[in-house]
Design a protein around this ligand. Structure first.
Ligand code: ARG
Length: 588
């Protein structure tokens, strides 16, 4: 189905051509003066220069050609040469009837679907999930859902941080606490126990302890570095411990991501790339891309046009240990082998940008990817507290994700139960759903690259540009629709009629824009565009709702038309929140 703006532009093009002006001037945009018109074309001004005529003359003759066009209710030329357009109400309701009949609500799928790997979440094994990982999970999940909705094949990979120094730190700390464990006996050749020698809570305590010690104690740190290297080299006992750490940790991570409605197709990590490193290193050396610099293996990635220094990409340290660059490059090799993606998207803190510049350049230069493979970095800003500093607990510690979610849910529960006299056994579940909308919408409504203030009070409010406001709107519609259904009537999906007042028309205009929102939002990897669209849509609906007595309307045709309009509004809103990664309850 054509976008409504395309249909309008086509008509205006024809009118330009019929007046013997080049149709390239017929560019139509949504009006920036909704008080005057709905769409506008400013092309007469540009055409005036080419044809050496007054713009108003051109606008007049174009407008004259549009007078009988069924698309428009009015087409006016206004000084100095604007063309102001208002849509015909029957045309608009007809368009919406078609939209409602379409399974995808008239959003077209990509003509050339791509295979896309999206790397997001990126938690570090054995460290508790904290709010820093929240953004990647939320933004990545939404981008993945948008891509799929548009027909792309999108593969989500959590890319665990499971191969770095933190593993060596945990192994070192364990070796101090329980030196008699078989894992530390180098001569042991038997099988290792199936049970891990620690629980997830113990693990989460071991890591920060070890990390603290390594900062104060040089010898301790060197031990951890050595343990990391031994692990990477394949020491059996360490691998077995690593396996335990992974199992315990991943089970817990899965549980937490499920609470966020975030899910991954692949649970791979840095460690999986390890097997690809030796061959990649040989290849880089043999083809002259990598060279030794003071014992370390590096690839130059600076380019002539650089305005700031881009240091070489280090592949191996002088002791032979691999680094973050190495695992990321080897992961690219692995992904190319497994999926041959057209694009790999990384949703990572923007402070890691330099790392990705180096990795992407190295991958392109050394032809680890095809020439056309797109490597995209979606760098996000920091989630701050009200003091403008990175979000912390009230006591000033790192905020664990579980705690943040619990606090939001508690707040939501209070709000939901506040005005209720009857006990609602679903209140807890509802609070979780609304709480998730508060967190996700609060995040996604900001442009990803910007820092933002995580303001629990504002995010959980039922008013303003918030998730709960959107859900509240959906619930309101659902309740009207179910009362209508209770009265024994079926919803006729072709019943939408011309708008009877301004607020109804405004709502229809918003709905008709839906199919021009999603594709650009995906191209720009900008879920915030969906948020701003549904905020406008929800506002338009609520204005209409406050002016219209829907269920008590006596004219059945009119009522059926409104029910149809509400059905479409609900579908569009629900589709959008699904793309953002949350759901609406039936009541709240
Ligand atoms: N684990 C990393 C961190 O916590 C993020 C991983 C991002 N993805 C990647 N391919 N490097 O900083």
């Amino acid at each position: 189905m054509k976008k409504i703006i395309e249909k309008i532009e086509e008509a205006v093009k024809e009118a330009f051509a019929a007046s013997e002006y080049d149709e390239k001037f017929a560019k139509v945009t949504v009006s920036n003066r909704p008080d005057l018109c709905e769409y506008q074309c400013n092309g007469a001004m540009a055409a005036a220069k080419t044809y050496k005529k007054a713009p108003i003359m051109i606008a007049n003759s174009v407008v004259e050609k549009l007078q009988d066009n069924e698309i428009f209710e009015s087409a006016e030329a206004v000084n100095p040469g604007f063309i102001n357009l208002k849509l015909n109400k029957e045309f608009l309701s007809g368009y919406l009837n078609d939209m409602l009949a379409d399974e995808k609500l008239s959003v077209e799928e990509a003509k050339n679907p791509k295979t896309i790997v999206i790397d997001y979440g990126g938690p570090n094994v054995a460290k508790p999930l904290h709010v820093g990982h929240l953004r990647s999970a939320i933004i990545g999940e939404s981008i993945k859902r948008m891509g799929r909705f548009l027909g792309h094949k999108v593969i989500g990979d959590v890319h665990l941080g499971d191969w770095g120094l933190q593993m060596g730190l945990i192994i070192t700390e364990l070796s101090k606490r329980q030196p008699d464990l078989v894992y530390f006996d180098e001569n042991y050749e038997g099988e290792y126990p199936k049970e891990a020698p620690f629980t997830v809570s113990e693990l989460e305590e071991i890591y920060p302890t070890a990390s603290g010690k390594s900062k104060e104690d040089e010898a301790y740190k060197n031990e951890a570095l050595e343990a990391t290297l031994q692990l990477q080299k394949g020491r059996r006992g360490y691998r077995a411990l690593w396996q335990h750490i992974m199992e315990v940790s991943v089970t817990d991570l899965k549980k937490n991501y499920a609470k966020l409605k975030v899910d991954f197709d692949l649970w791979k990590g840095e460690a999986d790339a390890d097997a690809y490193i030796p061959a990649m290193v040989d290849y880089l050396k043999e083809n002259g891309y990598a060279y030794l610099d003071q014992g370390a293996l590096v690839v130059d990635v600076k380019e002539e046009t650089d305005t700031k220094e881009i240091p070489p990409c280090m592949i191996l340290k002088s002791d032979g240990a691999s680094l973050y660059n190495t695992t990321d490059l080897a992961t690219i090799v692995q992904r190319m082998e497994d999926y041959k993606p057209d694009e790999i998207i990384y949703v990572v803190d923007k402070r890691q940008e330099l790392h990705f510049v180096q990795v992407f350049r190295c991958a392109k230069k050394a032809k680890l990817v095809d020439e056309n493979t797109q490597l995209s970095f979606v760098g996000f800003g920091t989630m701050n507290g009200k003091d403008g500093k990175p979000f912390k607990t009230r006591e000033g510690g790192v905020m664990r994700l579980e705690r943040l979610i619990a606090e939001i849910n508690e707040e939501m529960f209070k709000k939901i139960t506040e005005n209720r006299s009857v006990k609602d056994e679903n209140a807890e579940k509802t609070a979780q759903m609304v709480g998730l909308s508060a967190i996700k919408y609060g995040d996604l409504s900001n442009q990803a690259s910007k820092d933002y203030v995580f303001d629990i009070e504002r995010f959980t409010s039922f008013e303003g540009n918030t998730g709960p406001y959107i859900l509240y709107t959906i619930v309101r519609i659902k309740s009207i629709l179910s009362r209508y259904a209770e009265s024994g009537k079926n919803i006729d999906k072709k019943a939408m009629k011309a708008a009877v007042n301004d607020s109804e028309k405004a709502l229809m205009l918003e709905l008709s824009r839906f199919n021009s929102i999603i594709a650009p939002a995906f191209e720009e990897k900008a879920p915030h565009r969906i948020c701003s669209y549904i905020y406008d849509l929800a506002n338009a609906f609520n204005s209409f709702y406050h002016e219209t007595k829907i269920l008590s309307e006596e004219d059945e045709d009119k009522k059926a038309s409104w029910i149809c309009l509400l059905t479409l509004t609900e579908k569009v809103l629900e589709t959008c929140i699904d793309l953002l990664g949350f759901d609406a309850p039936d009541r709240m």
